[in-house]
Write a protein that binds this ligand. Sequence first.
Ligand code: 13P
Length: 252
Amino acid sequence: MKKTVPLVVGNWKLNPVTMSDASDLAQATARKHRKTSDAYVAIAPPATYLAEAGKKICKSTVSLAAQDVSVNNMGAHTGEVSIMQLRDLGVEFVIIGHSERRAAGETNEEVQKKTLIALKHRLVPIVCIGERERDDQGNFFTFIEKQLRSLGKVLTSAQIKKAVIAYEPIWAIGTGDTATADDVKEMQLFIESVLTKIYDRPTAKSVRLLYGGSVKPGNAAILHTEGGMKGFLVGGASLKVDDFAAIVKAVS
Ligand code: 13P
């Protein structure tokens, strides 16, 4: 993947309710992205729909992403989905450490393990970070730094360059309360400064950063041009084919 080309990933979360709707949504999304544009596009349906969505997008430029992965590869682990199973389905990206998974108990240690597993099996990990709320003292920066340092403990410079980091402030997810372009720009510079301390400047500059949190057609262009990140992780708007296409267009 060329680092200069933006990436837009649609995280469907636990939607839609039926296979038939998932199939239609994947097909309609694929139709909108038949030809190569100036952006990479991926969709992350629930695991139960990955195979079907994979069939629907195969003639388009849309890639497949998973919303999570097990830390285990096989064996007695009821209810889990392994990286090898994802690979076998043609999945190229895996979202790791989404705040909704962290809220369900996922730890930084699990995020470390999952990121390493994804890289080992040549999937691109999209590691989510983000603070619950902002405070005037700027303590949220310390929180973001901690999440980054946890990754820095286990990933070499060569590995982090292959990962994607998605900054998703929890207060902006599904709330309509988007971060401003200035917030996003400030966070881009902050994340790069932390990665520079952990690694070095060239490494920091080559890690792809995404923004996520109430990205919509109406704010995508300004967040993209002024926010300084290299794409978006989109939730709700990825369930609306036209909205998702408009967001992709805004970064293209
Ligand atoms: P929304 O775009 O619905 O705020 O969700 C963002 C998100 O959590 C994507 O992973």
